[in-house]
Design a protein around this ligand. Structure first.
Ligand code: DMJ
Length: 608
């Protein structure tokens, strides 16, 4: 390295070093050595002690009036969306909010109206409710002979909507309609296993669809049919619900740690593949283990066991900490001969999972399962030895804390995928950075390490973190890659589909912890929806959420009114109008009441 001679000659510090026999070469060498050692330390040496950065963020305690006013703003958003739907789309299924057109994508039975009934009752929108009820009075739940009704979507949106509105209003027409619909869909269950098929022809009374069923689609009807059986007194509805529980409980899941895989053979009732996920095509099947248990007054131990096995498997195998920001995330995997292969995709759909964990931590005696006749580590008795070991590691923690920490860390990452974008809206799927010199870390490894080093500070992935501030405008490709590397993920699908999962979890976490930060995060999301998604007639899906040039797409899914706005409204309401120990939300956010089977029902239906 050549330094200008004059520069060195006049520098007294340099002269003094020279007098001591230290030349500029020595200094440069020492400097280079330091840099190399630091590089090796941070990038190549296996770390036994992780250091997880967190920020201290102060969230203001607004006065109750502020939150009440925000809940009114959400109610106004609902009115804006529903009035646009009424004006341009009713009685068709959904509004196209950019073109002011309409679409029949769910049987043409006015899905937005039926899906919205209980939101209207909860928000006290009597006029809209009365008008929407005309859809309930007039629909005859049939289609032209050559068309098929999709079982899963019809159950969660229509049947769930009718049942919840019945539970809230006790209006008999809703029960009658729900019974008709549940019966009309019943040919779906004519399989050897009793698991439902993809669709039903409501005129011919036949079913259709592949012989292999998607997990979410074959499982997410148990709550609806169990409650339908309760309010109609019909054994056949209850039997349909309990068949799914029995099938899953008896399935061979030893290799999968007791977690349900993504595809199932509808004849044998056994799983067909080894893909494990809490995201697309799987999500609500896992959700219904805990919820079915809670809705039936905590008597259905089989579902509780399956909930504990599935969450344990996820903790031990599917949760990771990202390399730089230490974001906690949940992903999916495929089991190969060589072991688990996580994809490191993190889906918006998976963001219901933190809410479910928080609900479980709130309602279950996780540290005293003997109370409900269970022994945690014995739950792994039939599983492979490596799973058994995983249970012992989990049991070395306070299980209730562990579940709530997982909920908080995951919900924060869900929220950050919104806050990191210039639009403030979350992409549908991101892929977390994994591999390379700073690979992702399995969450439970990090937790063990944190415990071993004295449990100082918040657990890995749990402490508060700030949004990413990287700016990639006018950057070349290499600079952008570097910026994304610091953010810890690439965006795989940049659309915000007005989905509810993140605000659902924020709402449950707020109700469970009382921590106002969950409300502030929900408020930031609601403001982004108002800013980016609102159109003159409703709200639109938003594309390119990661850019400063987002685009509104011509779709307003019914779940935006049934779920997203309902959860935001409940998040800001001061009073807890749907207490979590008295109501259980189906996967489309339709609250169903907790109920107990009478002794006669238990005997007649064979339910616990
Ligand atoms: C909803 O229809 C339900 O929440 C379902 O379980 C998952 N997908 C959508 C919302 O994203």
């Amino acid at each position: 390295m050549n330094f200008p001679a004059g520069l060195l000659r006049n520098n007294s510090a340099v002269s003094s070093l020279r007098r001591r026999g230290i030349s500029i070469r020595h200094v440069v060498f020492a400097f280079a050595l330091c840099i190399s050692l630091l590089t090796i330390y941070f990038n190549y040496l296996p770390h036994t002690g992780y250091s997880f950065s967190t920020d201290v963020i102060y969230y203001s305690q607004e006065t109750p009036g502020v939150w009440a006013e925000r809940s009114v703003q959400v109610r106004n958003a609902f009115l804006h969306a529903y009035h646009g739907y009424e004006r341009f789309a009713f009685p068709r299924d959904e509004l196209c909010p950019v073109s002011n057109g309409s679409i029949d994508n769910f049987n043409g039975w006015a899905v937005t109206a039926v899906d919205s009934l209980d939101t209207m009752l909860i928000m006290g929108l009597d006029q809209e409710y009365k008008r929407a009820m005309s859809a309930v009075h007039n629909t005859n739940f049939s289609l032209p002979t050559n068309t098929h009704v999709p079982f899963f979507e019809t159950v969660i949106r229509y049947l769930g909507g009718l049942l919840s509105a019945y539970a809230l209003s006790k209006d008999d027409i809703l029960r009658t309609r729900a019974d008709e619909l549940g019966t009309i869909l019943s040919p779906a269950f004519n399989t050897s296993s009793g698991f439902p098929t993809f669709s039903v022809n409501t005129i011919r009374g036949t079913h259709d669809g592949p012989k292999i069923g998607g997990l979410a689609e074959i499982a997410s009807y148990q709550m609806e049919y169990a409650y339908l059986g309760k309010i109609t007194g019909k054994k056949e509805h209850v039997d349909r619900a309990t068949t799914a529980t029995r099938n899953f409980y008896n399935a061979k899941l030893r290799d999968h740690g007791g977690m349900y895989p993504m595809h199932w053979n509808l004849s044998s009732g056994q799983s067909k593949d080894a893909r494990l996920s809490v995201g697309a095509a799987s999500d609500s099947a896992h959700e219904y283990t805990l919820k079915q248990y809670l809705m039936t007054a905590r008597k259905d131990k089989a579902n509780l066991e399956m909930y504990l096995r599935f969450t344990s498997h996820v903790f031990n195998n599917l949760m990771f900490i990202s390399p730089n920001r230490h974001l906690l995330y949940v992903t999916d995997s495929n089991l190969y001969m060589s072991g688990n292969r996580p994809s490191h995709n993190f889906e918006h759909l998976s963001c219901f999972f933190p809410g479910l964990l928080a609900l479980g931590a709130h309602t279950l005696p996780l540290n005293n399962l003997e109370e409900v006749g269970l022994n945690f580590t014995e739950l792994a008795d039939d599983l492979l030895p490596k799973h058994k070991m995983g249970y012992e590691e989990l049991a070395s923690f306070n299980l209730a804390d562990l579940h709530l920490w997982a909920a908080e860390g995951l919900a924060q990452t869900c929220y950050l995928t919104y806050a990191d974008q210039p639009t403030g809206l979350g992409p549908d799927v991101v892929t977390m950075l994994s591999g390379g010199v700073r690979p992702e870390i399995p969450w439970m490894d990090a937790m063990q390490d944190w415990k071993a080093s004295g449990s100082k500070g918040p657990p890995p992935g749990v402490g508060d973190k700030r949004p990413w501030v990287g700016d990639v405008t006018n950057r070349n490709a290499r600079e952008r890659e570097m910026a994304f590397a610091m953010r810890d993920y690439h965006i795989r699908s940049a659309v915000y589909q007005l989905r509810p999962e993140t605000v659902e979890s924020l709402y449950i976490l707020y109700r469970v912890t009382g921590d106002v930060k969950w409300r502030h995060r929900g408020w930031a999301i609601f403001q982004a929806i108002e800013r980016e998604a609102k159109t003159p007639s409703g709200y639109a899906n938003v594309g390119k959420v990661h850019s400063s040039d987002p685009e509104q797409l011509d779709s307003m899914p019914s779940f935006f009114l049934a779920e997203t706005l309902k959860y935001l409204y409940l998040l800001f309401r001061e009073d807890d109008i749907v207490p979590l120990d008295q109501w259980v939300f189906n996967t489309e956010a339709h609250p169903l009441p907790v109920f107990e089977w009478t002794q006669e029902e238990k005997e007649a239906y064979g339910v616990p």
